[in-house]
Design a protein around this ligand. Structure first.
Ligand SMILES: [Zn+2]
Length: 288
């Protein structure tokens, strides 16, 4: 039975927990439950382009293989689980923020904890948000997600002495005008990010890159995406905590306008199942 937090996440634990291998997956951007208090000013279709639609399902076979998977239920456009709670954008607020704030490049792009604009530059709101609204999104969605992911990683680490964490994402086939600092960039099939080796032993990404390349995928490492807040927060290779971000090109599995699965969906899902099985063996061997 999944553990469901009504506003924040769904956690699928395998039948036996602690699980058979020190591997944990999280999908922070695949949530599609749009809260009624959101009130953005853009149409729903445009809003949904912020999602990593289907990513939790694409990796979902991991659960049956014995790997925990936590997925956010709230949408990324409402509050971004892959940001620090301090990345509050002052331009969105109707009054000064009373908590700590960090002036990150993501906030400057309009893509802080709560986004000011979509990837194409469309403003998300025609109003300012109140501090109470922002606080509610942090408390109801962001905090429970981070706390539960931390708990599962800690329990796994306590049992095995090490843990490998995959932070699962997807990316458009071409970067939007305001999505990153490299607009218009054509993306490869997969981008693996461990913040230049600081959130994971490079052996983890190298095993995955080699495995994917042998299946015919093109893979880049830490370029153009190095990984953001979740791998930064939870990766600590010196303590045996390895966190890696995996970005999958959306054209491999869905129509990027309708968001419907395409003819490649089943093949990709099957490959991710095989990759997960290979990682179960690999992570177990690292702790043997
Ligand atoms: Zn994502």
């Amino acid at each position: 039975m999944p553990i469901i937090h009504p506003l924040s996440y769904r956690l699928d634990l395998p039948q036996h927990f602690p699980q058979a291998a020190p591997l944990v997956l999280d999908s922070p951007h695949s949530g599609t439950s749009y809260p009624p208090d959101f009130a953005p000013s853009v149409d729903f279709g445009a809003l949904r382009t912020a999602e990593d639609t289907w990513v939790d399902d694409l990796w979902g076979d991991a659960i049956g293989l014995g790997v925990p998977l936590i997925a956010a239920s709230f949408p990324r456009a409402y509050i971004d689980a892959n940001r620090s709670a301090e990345e509050v954008d002052p331009l969105l607020l109707d009054a000064p923020w009373d908590g700590p704030m960090s002036d990150s490049p993501k906030v400057k792009l309009g893509k802080g904890l709560i986004w000011r604009m979509l990837d194409d530059g469309t403003p998300l709101y025609d109003r300012k948000l109140s501090a109470a609204e922002v606080r509610h999104r942090i408390d109801a969605c962001w905090k429970p997600y981070h706390a539960k992911l931390a708990e599962v990683l800690d329990q796994t680490h306590a049992h095995f002495g090490k843990v490998w964490h995959i932070n699962c994402h997807s990316m458009p086939s071409v970067a939007g005008a305001f999505a990153t600092d490299r607009p218009g960039l054509v993306h490869p099939d997969f981008v693996l990010g461990d913040r230049d080796g600081s959130t994971s032993d490079p052996a983890f990404r190298e095993f995955i890159a080699k495995w994917l390349r042998e299946r015919g995928y093109n893979v880049t490492v830490n370029d153009p995406y190095k990984g953001v807040e979740l791998v930064r927060a939870f990766g600590n290779p010196a303590q045996g905590r390895h966190s890696l971000q995996i970005e999958i090109n959306r054209k491999l599995y869905m129509d990027e306008v309708s968001l419907r699965p395409n003819e490649g969906y089943a093949k990709l899902k099957s490959d991710l199942r095989d990759l997960t099985a290979a990682l179960i063996d690999w992570t177990r061997a690292q702790t043997a």
